[in-house]
Design a protein. Structure first.
Length: 143
């Protein structure tokens, strides 16, 4: 039996984020009390514990904070055609760090501090996933 790629589960906290991804917009929660953004979404602000949270659309711009190159697919029957791939923590200009994939360049070209911007891939009619790629790649320069 072949496993299928796991898809996000939408719940009352994450639904606005995933609906934004479907519209190719990166959405984050922002606190009305302290003004800080947060990810992942939660019921209260992780900075000041206020419940005055709203959703904003991020610029989708940030820098690579850390990354790993995955060379051994687990589970192998799902990801074998995708290795090597990069899993990274991107620090957004909005002040949050977001786990993601880096696409559009070779794993060897990636470095800490590299400027990246969000892009989206439509998985099916209801799910789109966020990922990031080098700004230079998006604007026609070599990464």
């Amino acid at each position: 039996m072949t496993m299928q790629r796991p898809l996000p589960v939408l719940d009352h906290l994450s639904r606005p984020f995933w609906e934004g991804c479907r519209e190719h917009r990166l959405r984050l929660q922002k606190c009305g009390s302290c003004g800080k953004a947060q990810f992942p979404p939660g019921p209260i602000c992780k900075h000041c514990r206020s419940s005055a949270l709203d959703w904003i659309t991020s610029s989708g711009h940030g820098t690579i904070y850390s990354w790993i190159v995955v060379r051994h697919p687990v589970p192998s029957d799902v990801y074998v055609k995708e290795v090597p791939y990069v899993v990274a923590l991107v620090e957004l200009d909005d002040g949050v760090r977001m786990p993601t994939n880096i696409v559009g360049c070779s794993p060897e070209a990636i470095g800490a501090g590299m400027e990246v911007e969000v892009s989206f891939v439509d998985i099916n009619d209801t799910i789109s996933l966020h990922r990031f790629q080098p700004v230079a790649q998006l604007h026609g320069k070599s990464a």
